[in-house]
Design a binder for this molecule. Structure first.
Ligand code: FAD
Length: 470
């Protein structure tokens, strides 16, 4: 009897424990993707990017004489039950996810299918370390990154598996929806064609990028990772977010580079572990996704109007602070933002503009193609100061000195800002192709004065902080 291989955020064939186990059973394997409410409610850019990823996975399955069966439903369980009836499948395999909505959906599916005599097996693969498997000496979870890193760094990571040699096909294929009919880009009203050239789509592209990064970049990564004007990071977050590459594959490549004497690779391994740490925190404290991790921050006088002039200026890259604006435009045009940019824009929004971090988190969730629930929430709470392992509130990034430090030759700012520049960069102009007309902006506009100057914003934030007495 067939096995239903339910793909979710594991859109690859290599280093795929569930797919390998299914193929090794010798039984026919029916790969499936289900458009359920958790897919329906994704932000515009992550959903559009997921649609591209599903198409790429379907292509690589087709190239191996298999297929990807697409089904849409109000409830993944009902869709799976229908597929069980239609195909005679007696097993469903999938790769585990860890956000609370996926966990409660999957738990219910596992229990119900088991009661109905259908084997339901979940496998690891999205993470190197299961969040519950890493414990402090007293049996608790880690709230601070460095001891987490010290605890996992010598644990050993599973060796990545090759892709299965063959994917046994069923005699008859069940019907499939057409991906185009799902219209995954429906809400992507910011010029999908503008963002498309920045997408690194699919398993092969991710593997090629990893190889190129290890060959040419990782040795100097410790320094280059902080420079948004240079190609100095792996750029693999969108592939990791959708499982087009596994963290184990990245880890193994980084470890080999380190053995070859490429010192920067250790920093790369540490960054991969930041992603694991975010999942560790989300597993143990799922409230971090929508509440201040430190409860006392609920009382902070955050500004909560998502449509205030200040928030709109922030979203539109018109704060008058070049580092912030360059980063917000990079986000809008490319669907990505350099990590240094993420910290600066998050700091400016939460500290200088005293705005609730959840407004920034929601904008990222709508616009990032590498959106990840755990890393996004952790990144925002870290910057706002409300997270467990957080930058202290009084440490306010100064976006001007940050520019002098990390974009000394202004390569980043010149790439993304067009106003009042003789010959703007093509990416800076692309921003104006991507934005809605209602923003009423053009490259000929005057570059704005700061919404809040770094000095005033810093003072206002620190006053509020001190008045609250935390
Ligand atoms: P590299 O520097 O090459 O790092 C390698 C990998 O390590 C990354 O692909 C990523 O998976 C992981 N990683 C690196 N830094 C971090 C970090 N600080 N936290 C968690 N994982 C990390 N990352 C996302 O993947 N999705 C998000 O939605 C997201 N939102 C963020 C929001 C804020 C406010 C901040 C400050 C950070 C956020 N990050 C997020 C983390 C980080 O900015 C990105 O992972 C990184 O910029 C991706 O670029 P890269 O793949 O070239 O990273």
């Amino acid at each position: 009897t067939p096995i239903l291989m339910w793909f979710r955020r594991d859109l690859r064939l290599s280093d795929h424990a569930a797919l390998t186990a299914a193929c090794e059973s010798g039984r026919p394997v029916i790969p499936v993707f289900i458009h359920d409410p958790l897919v329906a409610e994704l932000g515009a850019a992550p959903k559009w990017r997921l649609g591209l990823g599903i198409g790429a996975l379907a292509d690589s399955l087709n190239a191996r004489e298999s297929r990807l069966v697409l089904r849409r439903g109000e409830d993944a369980l009902t869709v799976l039950q229908e597929l069980v009836t239609q195909t005679g499948a007696s097993s469903v395999y999938w790769t585990r996810l860890y956000d609370p909505s996926s966990v409660s959906r999957d738990k219910k599916i596992k229990e119900t299918l088991k009661d109905q005599g259908v084997e339901a097996r979940s496998f690891g693969g999205h993470l190197m370390f299961e969040p519950w498997s890493v414990e402090t000496k007293t049996g608790g979870y880690y709230k601070v990154y460095t001891p987490f890193w010290n605890s996992v760094k010598t644990t050993g990571v599973d060796t990545p598996r090759p892709a299965p040699k063959a994917i046994p096909a069923p005699q008859d294929w069940p019907e499939s929806d057409k991906l185009d009919d799902w219209n995954m880009g429906a809400a992507m009203n910011r010029g999908a064609d503008v963002v498309r050239p920045f997408v690194q789509l699919g398993e092969q592209a991710a593997q090629d990028r990893l190889a190129g990064f290890i060959a040419d970049i990782v040795a100097g990564y410790k320094d280059t990772r902080d420079l948004p004007g240079v190609d100095g990071t792996s750029n693999l977050s969108e592939n990791l977010a959708l499982g087009e590459i596994s963290p184990h594959q990245c880890w193994q490549a980084g470890e080999r580079a380190l053995e070859e004497g490429k010192q920067g690779a250790e920093t790369f391994l540490k960054e991969l572990v930041w992603r694991e740490f975010a999942y560790h925190l989300m597993h143990h404290t799922p409230h971090m996704l929508d509440s201040n991790w430190r409860e006392e921050w609920e009382a902070f006088p955050w500004r909560t109007d998502p449509d205030s002039d200040e928030v709109i200026a922030w979203k539109q890259g018109r704060t008058g602070i070049p580092f912030v604006d360059a980063a917000m435009r990079e986000l809008y045009v490319s669907g990505r933002m350099h990590n240094r940019g993420r910290m600066i824009v998050a700091s400016y929004l939460t500290k200088h503009l005293m705005t609730d971090w959840r407004i920034g988190q929601a904008w990222f969730e709508e616009t990032l193609i590498d959106w990840d629930p755990a890393s996004n929430a952790m990144g925002w709470q870290w910057t706002a100061g409300s997270g467990p392992d957080a930058s202290p509130y009084f440490r306010v990034f100064n976006p001007e000195t940050q520019l002098d430090k990390f974009d000394r030759d202004r390569a980043y700012v010149s790439r993304w800002i067009a106003e009042e520049r003789g010959k703007p960069h093509s990416d800076a102009l692309a921003f104006f192709d991507a934005i809605p007309r209602s923003w009423k902006l053009s490259p000929d506009c005057v570059y704005p004065d700061p919404v809040v100057t770094p000095a005033d914003g810093r003072k206002r934030a620190l006053d509020a902080y001190e008045n609250r007495g935390f």
